[in-house]
Design a protein around this ligand. Sequence first.
Ligand code: GLY
Length: 385
Amino acid sequence: MAFQPEALSLCGKCRSSIRTERCGRTGKEKNTMDRQKIVICRNLEQELAEVLRRGGYDRIFILTDEQTHRCCLPVLSVMEELKDVPEMSIGAGDVHKNLQTLSAVWTWLSEGGASRHSVLLNLGGGMVTDLGGFAAATFKRGIDCINLPTTLLAMVDAAVGGKTGINFNGLKNEIGSFAPAACVLLETGFLRTLNAHNFFSGYAEMLKHGLISTPQHLDELLAFDTGHIDYDALKPIVAKSVQVKENIVEQDPHEHGLRKALNLGHTVGHAFESLALAEGRPVLHGYAVAWGLVAELYLSYIKAGFPREILRLVTDFVRANYGLFAFDCTKYDLLYNFMTHDKKNVGGIINFTLLKDVGELSLNQTADCNTIFEALDFYRECMGG
Ligand code: GLY
């Protein structure tokens, strides 16, 4: 398939205000295109109890990791509906997002008597919602799962939008499916226990959502006091961020077009992430995305006319909050090589999502080696590398 550069704007819906209630399951067979019900919780226990009641499930299973078992499960354990419910706790971290863990979850569900009318609650970050979502999507050809994301990254990205899967053969998210959770319950209270690095990792995806939606949303993200986090003020911004993603996913659940907007910052970001891993200094995904945004907004500026002033504002924000991922020009070839292996490419041609302006997408763009190197020069100069 040839590259077809396209220009798209988000539709009016994507600029609309937050809807917290979505149409959920109705008891009919699940269709992979079903929308997810997303609830911004006011009272997690009540809202979860209601979702469970409406689902009419015969059995409930809870998947945690070793951290959420300790820090978050106690919040749910007091619920009458969850008394004596089987829980499985898996190792925390991406390294456990593999076939072995998946197989252990299938075994646990099978031996625990899970049926097609059972439900799996995924309580955790993106690793738990990705793996748990895939376990549910494949067990007995698919059972319901309910995502209870506990990290900012999972709330605004991993747990919403229906991407599930595991790493395989050394490749991230190599095996998986599009399988939206029956419901996603967002309890921002969980964020209070998050350390600063994990907060900023999630915030990078929010920044991306600001860039692909509206100047107003971007402005509030850039103005948010990240030095003294006001969690009450954060909650409506998180809700808005999730809405940006959901509105896109609703229109293009399987990433044939518009959903590629969500890849902004990720082509260079994934290359940074891979370089960091190869050099034994791994970085959190969101940090790599924040740095990738700087390079890709520069590409947007030179290839699509993205406003220079907004490029400067975002670069300043990233430098102030994410610091520098340092490398010299001897690493450019390797970074370029990583980009040529990105799974979003078609026919080996590097695929970028660029912007003409905030909310003005320019999908399926590419850039030659020299232009990419120029963007890396810009990144190093502006970030102080
Ligand atoms: N994380 C990008 C997406 O869900 O499409």
